[in-house]
Design a protein around this ligand. Sequence first.
Ligand code: COA
Ligand code: NAD
Length: 695
Amino acid sequence: MTKVTYQLADGVALITVDHPPVNALGQVVRQGLWDAVARFGRDDTAQAAVIIGAGRLFIGGADITEFGKPPVAPFLPDVINAIAACTKPVIAAIHGTALGGGLEVALGAHYRIATRTARLGLPEVTLGVIPGAGGTQRMPRLVGLDAALTLMTTGKPVSGTQAQAMGFVDELAGDDLRADALAYAARLIAEGAGPRAVTDLPFPAADADLIAAWRQRLTRTAKGQVAPLAVLDAVVAGIERPFDQALAEERRLFLSMLDTPQRSGMMHAFFAERAVAKPPEILGIASRPLDRAGVIGGGTMGAGIATAMVLSGLHVTLVERDAAAAARAGETIARNLASAVKRGTLTETARDAILSDALVTVVGHDALSDADLVVEAVFEDMDAKTEVFRALDRVCKPGAVLATNTSYLDVNRIAQATGRPADVIGLHFFSPAHVMKLLEIVVADATATDVTATAFALAKKLGKIGVRAGVCDGFIGNRILSHYRTAVDHMVLDGASPYAVDRALVDFGFAMGPYQVSDLAGLDIGYMTRQRKAADAHPRDRASVFADALYHAGWLGQKAGHGYYIYDADSPKGRPDDAVTAIIETSRADLGLSSRDFTAAEILRRTMAAMVNAAANVVADGIAQRPSDVDVVFVSGYGFPRHRGGPLHYADTVGLDTILTDIREFAAIDDHFWTPAPLLEQLVADGRNFASLNR
Ligand code: COA
Ligand code: NAD
């Protein structure tokens, strides 16, 4: 089937890219564009050409399924150079999205018209590569060095309106892009406007200091990623060399990155995030209505969840215990909305409309009688939760989805508190709930499939990544977290400093180290979890005595100005504390333990081995449906470095036999904690990896 069509309309060649779902620039599309451009050159009846996308967008980018495979001609830079070399005007007409190679095609054209809401960007760094078809050479010529580097090193797209203000879109279109683009072409023809290649513009000059400042900034923010620095290298080539040579250097850098683990990790994350949204059980299942929502409890989580809901257009009724708590919850939500206004993501008018029409905070469950979905976020206590669910059972309309935001408790037991367990599901949001992308959708034994489908629809509506999880203590993320947190605490008991542990994991690429995370979440959370689990403890479990000691000292983390770190005006991000080190040493002495050194490499090996081992059990138990779901949970909810793909993709990269060998080595000292996961042993015995289990 032809993916690129050529039509004549009033002396204008209309070249349409029609390759669902995203008009990606696979080989057939590149060939189609190549042929269409050649035909335009030969076609004396066409005085200008318009390149446009069929369907909901212009061009979504290079076909990333071709990355890592041998490139097949015609190559994209050649196609784009052919567009630029046309001797009659070529106009790119952009709606929906123009990303990566798609935007590079548009930059090869001589003129650009876009809808106001179109998203234009060069997101290659988010896939571990750089623009490889002239983007690094053309964009700086149009928008200047700083703006181009910002676009290309963050990968964040801008709107059509912003693109025009920045200077890489010439005209804004109304509702009918095709008609407006043809009218623009007619105007250019009438004005006698000729072809206008971007490369006719000079490359912006820059002195060594500016480049050095950029390099320093990118080295700091890239956190081990190579792509943002390679973007800078390509731009420097543009400053120093003529276009042809700089383009060749950009291509060389691009191709060299295709083969890197970072590219493979980021592409794995991209496809894993898309696969996770489609659990087989909900394919073809319609979701229930989703318009009016209820939230019970307006504390840390409830207020955040309500904020996310009103921001996505839901009407929310928030129920608290008393009028004072309801008022406090309303104030928290108003503050959250105010920061959205300050950031520019919400207008004041929209904020005012939400506060007057879309949100009520009340006391008493009766107000939830017309809610389509209710999320309970009261204290983490089974009696409190079952009482709430009995009340919901009484007041909610038939068919309402009843969800709990519990972090650890048994969703099956909560469901049994109602006479309608099929309507009950876990919706495990992460803090802060209006910011964090991850939503674990915990499907209980009796949960109806259309309730699960509604939960996935909610995730999409809220702009979150929903991941299906089964019922167990901690679901996917927290179950794995508590296991590797224990491994990390063991290292501290055996001599590692918490600061060295944090540094090793941040250097690996984690957003924060585990002790920094404890300080952020509050040491009371971990303490309460340990208390709850104490009754089931095994005699050989090693207790985190130093963490209990910090809790009893009242050092609860950031909110107390003191946890593992001290937080004050001099060190808002925290500084190490000798008193904490002393507490740890006392704990060691009390337990009669001797202290030894841990290198950063060993800290990493042990942490990753514990994480992978626990994750293998989570997959084997069916708590996660596939290894890539675990990866999505850790990348989107636990600060795992995206360029490493996720813990199980990383394990495949290291080699499962290496991980298993590590676990067996650690087991020689402590075979209680370090029991190899049977699934891991099986995969190693079969010579397979986790990827082989992704469906
Ligand atoms: N190459 C190949 N396949 C792609 C693709 C690309 N560049 N972009 C998206 N797809 C696939 C997705 O994997 C998905 O496939 P599936 O239905 O089998 O799961 C399908 O196209 C739809 O994509 P999805 O992301 O679900 O659609 P969307 O409307 O939410 O978003 C985009 C569309 C284009 C904004 C988004 O897909 C995207 O950001 N793509 C990557 C763009 C990019 O980074 N391009 C630069 C490459 S150089
Ligand atoms: P919180 O203490 O900040 O808030 C709980 C709120 O519920 C309080 O405002 C309280 O007044 C209210 N409340 C209690 N009983 C109520 C009732 N019967 N009716 C109405 N309101 C009631 O707690 P939180 O941190 O928001 O946690 C809530 C739930 O979310 C817990 O189950 C917790 O495990 C889970 N969770 C917390 C986090 C987190 O990081 N804090 C993350 C994920 C999930």
